[in-house]
Write a protein that binds this ligand. Structure first.
Ligand code: ATP
Length: 511
């Protein structure tokens, strides 16, 4: 099945099984805003816990923070967001659809890359074990031609971005003959800059109201609290501050479900270091974060680092962690070396000293910062796209969410085989014992087969069935979601079996 069709099915599945709903759906929806349903919120909370604990629990020198969404408007002037938090937009005059010019060009690059990969894939099949990819890349004329095309376009694109040359971005789109996916035409407007921040007014009187912004990133809340945390926590450099919270961006193009939203959540950690050591720390955090992703077990080949074409105004190094979504490799997380830009700007605009006295060097300085920044919702989409699986079985088929048990919203379903003979009461007894440790669900409706399918669809890793034998010897069958194997075990063993699989410790030990 085409990857696009799988993605459509995944979106429908998220709605049908209470993971993600379109916001304000009864009023025909609000574009690029989503609500999380009964299972979605659990998965989201588990992702957040995995991130939070891996930062704050496992690193002695990383502490948490929860800063407000509203902040003094000068913060956004100082950070550069008022003047430079823009995306280049372009409209197709026929379809009236709006696009990000940089994304159109990135997609063109991805297409060329895909052609190269297809060629390699074909050759791999033809030559089997004898295939030498490097040699093929260096000698095959079609691959070489496409590689040249890729490099030329990439260089031209990076230069246009770095020079902020909007005319050149348009010219690239024209020269590459990029067409609007909706109208199919190349009838484009000029490229314009578009600021992504939402603004509102604070205050009760119209003349005294102050224009405030909804934060487009949580990081600034950390920067302006740097001194508070450092002093009150007597923190010594290097140390980090982690925060999870909502961010808002008036995205020009908000398609692809929860990949790009106007209201979303970020998990950000700013790590304050001695000037001159930031690039070493940048490398360290790159590796820590990649391990965090790969510990989930979705296949190392599905992740890669992507260097930025253009460094943000505050950065001296930046890389994205990309995951292979059904619509291609895309960013899940950004790791940035933000220099001393933000703290210095806040010093300048606030008139306060924001420094660290380093007792080892016996001097004060503005710390440098390495940031790790990941979207909760994008991570959610990554997890659910990796977990979604359609399986053909001997007699029928099933849709199963192969979520890592640690992240699964419901850990176990307890099912009486029939609704009589004391079996429901026995099932309830089991839940009453296990509910303190695990999110349990009771299910007695429909045949056992149907109940298993329902639990597969929401990703429950364990189903426990209570039958007549249970009333005699206190044993139950436990059925494993992925293998569908069943085992007879004592009720007293359940806590241990399930606990061993769903504990966050399993992931933390891999980090
Ligand atoms: P993009 O290039 O995709 O617009 P970005 O480089 O602007 O993203 P950052 O500012 O680095 O993104 O934000 C850090 C992380 O926050 C991203 O890696 C992503 O996971 C998440 N994120 C950013 N914008 C959105 C959004 N509109 N919707 C959902 N998640 C987002």
């Amino acid at each position: 099945m085409a990857q696009e069709d799988i993605f459509k099915k995944l979106v429908a599945h998220c709605k049908e099984y209470g993971y993600v709903f379109q916001s304000s759906e009864v009023y025909d929806g609000l574009s690029a805003v989503y609500d999380y349903g009964q299972y979605g919120v659990e998965l989201k909370n588990n992702i957040k816990k995995y991130w939070w604990d891996s930062m704050v629990l496992l690193h002695e020198n990383v502490v948490g923070l929860d800063s407000a969404i509203f902040m003094h408007p000068t913060i956004w002037k100082a950070s550069g967001h008022v003047d430079a938090f823009n995306d280049p937009l372009i409209d197709n005059k026929d379809s009236k659809k709006r696009y990000r010019a940089d994304v159109l060009i990135e997609e063109q690059l991805a297409k060329i890359e895909e052609k190269i990969n297809k060629e390699i894939g074909k050759a791999q099949k033809r030559f089997g074990d004898a295939f030498d990819e490097q040699q093929f890349r260096e000698t095959n004329p079609r691959v070489l031609a496409n590689q040249k095309k890729y490099e030329e376009l990439h260089t031209r694109f990076a230069k246009a971005l770095n020079d902020n040359d909007l005319q050149e971005l348009k010219q690239i789109i024209v020269d590459q003959e990029i067409a609007c996916p909706v109208s199919g035409t190349r009838n484009w407007t000029d490229v314009r800059q578009f600021n992504l921040m939402f603004a509102t007014e604070m205050g009760s009187t119209s003349d005294g109201a102050m224009k405030v912004f909804l934060r487009p990133e949580t990081a600034q809340g950390i920067f302006v609290n740097y001194l508070n945390v450092q002093k009150s926590g007597r923190m010594k450099i290097p140390f980090g501050i982690a925060q999870i919270g909502k961010a808002f961006r008036n995205e020009i193009v908000a398609r692809q479900f929860i990949f790009r939203m106007r209201e979303f959540e970020q998990m950000e950690m700013q790590f304050f270091v001695r000037p001159g050591t930031e690039l070493d720390w940048f490398e360290k955090w790159k590796s820590i974060r990649m391990k965090w992703h790969q510990a989930l077990g979705f296949g190392e080949e599905n992740y890669r680092f992507h260097e930025h074409e253009k460094l943000a105004h505050y950065a001296n190094a930046a890389v994205d962690v990309e995951y292979k979504f059904p619509f291609g490799f895309k960013e899940v997380e950004g790791i940035h070396s933000r220099t001393d830009f933000d703290l210095s700007q806040h010093e300048k605009y606030s008139g306060r000293k924001i420094r660290y006295f380093d007792p080892e060097l016996n001097e004060s300085y503005v710390p440098f910062v390495v940031e790790t920044s990941i979207g909760v919702d994008r991570m959610f989409l990554q997890v659910i796209s990796a977990a979604y699986c359609e399986e053909e079985l001997e007699k029928d088929s099933r849709v199963v969410l192969k979520l890592p048990p640690v992240l699964a919203p419901v850990k176990l379903a307890v099912m009486p085989l029939v609704k009589k003979d004391g079996l429901p009461e026995k099932a309830r007894e089991i839940i009453d014992k296990l509910k303190f440790d695990f999110n349990c669900q009771y299910d007695e409706k429909d045949s056992i087969g149907k109940r298993y399918r329902r639990q597969d669809a929401i990703g429950t890793p364990f189903c426990v069935t209570v039958d007549h034998q249970t009333t005699q010897d206190n044993t139950v069958t436990i059925r494993y979601r992925d293998s569908m194997e069943q085992e007879r075990v004592a009720i007293t063993e359940l806590g241990k079996i399930i606990g061993g699989k769903v504990s966050m410790r399993n992931l933390f030990e891999k980090l």
